[in-house]
Each structure stands twice: as C-alpha cells, then as structure tokens.
Write a protein that binds this ligand. Structure first.
Ligand SMILES: Cc1ncc(COP(=O)(O)O)c(C=O)c1O
Length: 305
C-alpha cells in the first residue's frame, strides 16, 4: 500500500519535516531486524482525532523492548505524549501511526548491548488493510505452508521487526496463490493467527480465539473484540483450534489495528458462511467504539488535541 507523505515525523524527541526523517545505510536494525514497533490508528471523532487504546499500544511496545533486552530511552507517558503531538502536527482527522524503536548507526555485529536506541513516530492516512468491503464480502484465506515461529525461536509476543519475515513469507505466498491473507499454524499444528491479525472462529455458538502460547500476538483489537462480544452476551473462549475447525466453522473473522474486523469467506477453498450474524454484530460495535460513539468504551479513545 503506497504511503502518503504528511508534514512531520517525530525522531528522538523532535518533530522533523517528513523528508528529513532519514537514517544511515549502516543502521544496525536494518541489518539484523532488531527493532520493535507498534501499529496504531487514530479515528475522526466528535472531539478531534481519537487514538484507539494508545496507552495499551505503547505499553506493549515497552514489553516488546523488554523481551528484546532493548532499553527504550522514553517512558510510556513520554511516548504517549509524543504520539499525540505527532498526530496533532499532521492535522489529519484519522491516520495510521507507526512508532518504532531501533538500534541506530554506530555499532555493527549481533551484540546489541553497546548500541544506542533511536525512536521515531510517523503517521499517515491509511485505508482498510484487507479492503473496504472486508466485512460484507469477506476475505479468502489460505493456510500457509510457513509455520509460525514458536516462543523459543523468535518470541511472538514481541512486535520485533525481524519477526515479520515469517509473516511476509506467508502473506506473499497467499497473494501469489490468489488468496487475500494467510492463516499460520504453529509447530504443534494448531492455529496461531494470521500474518498481522488475530483469528476468531464461531462454532456451536462459541467464539474461539487461540491463546498467546499458540504463537499469537496478544492483540489489542482481539482484546477489544472479546470485551465487545461478551458485552453482547456471546460466549468467548480462548482455546486451541485445529485446521479442520476452520473448514467447518459457522463463522470466522480476523481482527487487528490495520484490518479492523474483517470477515472470512473461505479457508483453503472451503466456504465459510459470511458475514455471519456474530461477525456482523461485533464489527458494527467495534466500528462505533473506535470512533468514540459508545459511552461504555469511551476510555479506549485517547484524544490527540
Ligand atoms: C502478528 C500480528 N498478530 C496480531 C496483530 C493484531 O494486533 P493489534 O490488534 O494489537 O493490532 C498484529 C498487529 O499488530 C500482528 O502483527
């Protein structure tokens, strides 16, 4: 998806013009995939841009860094403020936000201990990741031939840049084969998640999503969806799913900051009813919640200005 330039990018404490946000070829993280990042969205609300669960995202970024033994030079509160400042500086009502911490120029080699940590925050307008009609039409899924990395190989709980090589391999494989997105199985053969979304399966009236030990990221949208689903009085279970559970599901949807809530219409060419009633009801609530339209979820929206 092409990037649209905006006014400013926050780099190490300063807002700099978009075109000046440059890094050196010998930036450590470019070579070894050792950065940590977040994907956040701001939506237009009646009170200006509202950043969805900003503090939760920045806390997860701190946890990603902790797993990588990377010391972030800014606290959660400082990065929350910096993100608000960056969004306000673009003047956009809604945008995608990408904070990233990386080992910059100055050291080479796999030892990250002597490396300095740089932090940047960029934001730009970004449409629906899996298409504008992803709830109504649904997306075609392929089980990837690539296995989701497990906890002792690459820690999936950390949004580390290098982890996304696994996701990119799966995404490109799925697209080249004519599908929209890939579902990843873990080394035990159970369902983990998608390349950048968590997955929910409805079977026998229960809504099931795999746990983090299955290799899934603890998604902030996943958590929001579980709250919304329970508030709608649906039964939600965190549990293991086998590949064939997907083929005979009553409904499937995937969710993430970029993809929001997107229905699934088939898995490996087995049709899945789409969009099912639970998917539709949850997607509708989620779309109101992110825009600050539901009082019970007002705390999820943090205003940029
Ligand atoms: C691998 C992976 N799983 C799930 C998600 C969904 O997480 P969230 O809802 O916090 O955006 C993401 C997006 O960050 C992701 O990259």
């Amino acid at each position: 998806m092409p990037i649209t330039a905006t006014e400013k990018i926050w780099m190490n404490g300063e807002l700099v013009p978009w075109e000046d946000a440059q890094i050196h070829l010998l930036t450590h993280t470019l070579h070894y995939g050792t950065g940590v990042f977040e994907g956040i969205r701001a939506y237009e609300t009646a009170d200006g841009p509202g950043i969805f669960r900003l503090t939760d995202h920045i806390e997860r970024m701190h946890n990603s860094a902790k797993i990588m033994m990377m010391e972030l030079p800014y606290s959660v509160a400082e990065l929350v403020e910096a993100t608000k400042e960056t969004v306000a500086a673009t003047g956009l009502d809604s945008c995608y936000i990408r904070p990233i911490a990386y080992y910059g120029y100055g050291e080479m080699g796999l030892n990250t201990i002597p490396c300095e940590v740089d932090v940047a925050i960029a934001c730009w307008p970004w449409g629906a990741y899996l298409g504008d009609d992803a709830v109504e039409k649904g997306v075609r899924m392929k089980i990837s031939s690539w296995t989701r990395h497990e906890h002792n190989t690459m820690p999936p709980a950390s949004k580390t840049t290098g982890n996304y090589v696994n996701s990119s391999l799966a995404k490109v494989e799925a697209l080249k084969a004519g599908y929209d997105e890939a579902i990843m199985l873990n080394p035990d053969g159970t369902v983990s998640e998608c390349t950048g979304e968590n997955i929910f399966v409805v079977r026998n009236d229960k809504i099931i999503t795999p746990p983090s030990h299955a290799g899934a990221l603890e998604g902030i949208t996943q958590d929001s969806v579980m709250t919304i689903a329970r508030d709608l009085e649906y039964e939600v279970v965190v549990g293991e799913l086998a590949r064939s559970d997907l083929y005979i599901a009553d409904e499937i949807f995937v969710c993430g900051t970029a993809a929001e809530v997107s229905a699934v219409n088939s898995v490996d060419d087995r049709d899945v009813p789409c969009p099912g009633p639970k998917t539709r009801a949850i997607a509708e609530e989620y779309h109101k919640a992110i825009r600050g339209k539901l009082d019970r979820y007002k705390d999820w929206v943090e205003h940029a200005r």
